[in-house]
Design a protein around this ligand. Structure first.
Ligand SMILES: *Cc1c(COP(=O)(O)O)cnc(C)c1O
Length: 440
């Protein structure tokens, strides 16, 4: 254990570090949601992590339900992965030339995703989604794309867009620095709205390169695309020659070994997206992401085809060692059954605690991913998620944090359980939630 410096001399090391960080790094953070702006207070600066826990700069331990926003499916510091990374580091950090491990990782990914015959490795989910869209546009010779309100696909310009006024209109930039011209090809629709989807294809079907979707959205908390909606999306894409792009950066190897597409295939036999975007778990906590699909499509990429895409650190040997060791662990028989049970235990416990406190509460989970809402029922789209009580959520967040439970500091985020979370961790979390819910 690290000494609790707060206890030792009364100084709040998190606050001190945050003050130093804010002088040098915009908002004190290198990714906005870490700044706690939605909930107030001081971000925890992580000193180290092990298993289901991290320790902050004051030496306080937290049960971690963020897990680096999804990658840490084995918890922190899984021994076999640590060992693989240590071995890889000794052989060199980066070569800018191909390695055997890239082939092995590609084989491991392709093995579990029937829709993917070839992959290209990149370094972030943003890069993977951006490249997938370029591929879709290059392959179809079309410019327009569909995205859905509340889905996040990284911060590429064309994807930082919100709905315009009226149904099925082209969007407006959601960030300064994104020219309206760059998003004029991006059509923004409501998640789970079949009628609007049909309308959009009727109006623009011939010009659509692709439809990109988070099949189980984890960037508006946790919202599933309904089976009829997904079925219709697949049909319309096929009918109009647009590509269906599954952004599984979060759900890939997180909700199951076959990703969200595996979940939809249970209800829709033979179901497959055209392009799959991966990240997070496939890097096991290292910067690694990928996109893949059928051979004929992927061969449109440089150096074989006309769609350019490249990266100095793509397929980095340390990152691929980490990703590969992670994927080999989670491919063990029974892994997802155990993980899913653990996650369900948490969701059931939280639901029971909320009911006891008389709180409106709805929760859902799949594999090692979950979400809950202070709402009477599960929302189906972004507008419904937005009806959540943000002030109440902020109190809930801080109540849990004070009790050593770390969930995402914004209600628009999913939560993650790892295989390192024990039944005792879940029980401690539910006990903390019971106290917090009673005071909300
Ligand atoms: C995290 C995420 C991204 C972006 O990945 P980065 O590695 O943060 O660039 C894209 N799509 C989805 C669905 C994500 O959850």
């Amino acid at each position: 254990m690290t000494p609790n410096t707060e206890g030792a001399n009364g100084a709040d090391r998190n606050q001190q570090l945050f003050d130093r960080a804010r002088a040098l790094i915009p908002g004190g953070v290198n990714s906005p949601v870490r700044a706690f702006r939605a909930v107030g207070g001081t971000p925890r600066f992580v000193q180290r992590a092990q298993g289901a826990y991290f320790w902050d700069a004051n030496g306080s331990r937290c049960i971690d339900y963020i897990g680096s926003w999804g990658p840490m499916i084995l918890g922190h510091g899984p021994p076999r992965v640590v060992e693989a990374v240590q071995r890889a580091v000794l052989d060199g950090f980066s070569y800018g030339a191909p390695t055997e491990r890239e082939v092995e990782l590609a084989e491991e990914i392709v093995k579990h995703l029937p829709s993917v015959e070839m992959v290209r490795l990149v370094s972030s989910g943003t890069e993977a989604a951006m490249s997938a869209i370029r591929l879709a546009r290059g392959a179809t010779g079309r410019n327009h794309i569909i995205k859905f309100e509340g889905c996040y696909h990284g911060h590429a310009d064309a994807l930082l867009v919100k709905a315009g006024s009226g149904l099925a209109t082209f969007g407006h930039p959601t960030s300064a620095g994104v020219p309206a011209d760059v998003v004029k090809h991006t059509l923004v629709l409501e998640y789970n709205n079949i009628e609007q989807l049909e309308e959009a294809f009727a109006a623009h079907g011939g010009d659509l390169a692709c439809l990109i979707i988070e099949p189980i959205a984890g960037n508006m908390n946790f919202v599933r695309a309904s089976v009829p909606f997904m079925k219709r999306a697949r049909e319309l894409c096929t009918q109009h020659g647009a590509l269906l792009v599954f952004d599984e950066v979060m759900t890939g190897f997180r909700v199951g070994l076959g990703g969200a597409q595996g979940v939809y295939r249970q209800a829709l036999p033979g179901f497959a997206p055209d392009i799959t975007v991966l990240g997070k778990v496939i890097g096991g906590g290292m910067p690694l992401a990928a996109f893949g699909g059928p051979r004929a499509l992927m061969e449109k990429l440089a150096p074989l085809g006309p769609v350019y895409q490249a990266g100095t650190l793509s397929g980095n040997p340390v990152a691929t060692a980490c990703g590969l060791a992670t994927l080999r662990e989670i491919a063990q028989p029974g892994f997802y059954e155990a993980l899913g049970k653990r996650t369900q235990l948490l969701v059931d416990g939280l639901t029971g605690a909320a009911k006891q406190a008389g709180l409106p509460f709805a929760a859902d989970c799949e594999g090692g991913m979950f979400g809950f809402f202070l709402l009477p029922e599960l929302p189906q789209d972004y507008a419904a998620v937005m009806k959540s009580d943000t002030a109440k959520f902020a109190r809930l967040f801080h109540g849990l944090l004070d009790r050593g439970v770390y969930i995402a500091p914004a209600l628009y985020e999913a939560g993650f359980v790892s295989s390192a979370h024990s039944d005792e961790d879940i029980a401690a979390t539910v006990a903390a939630a019971r106290e917090v819910f009673a005071g909300l």
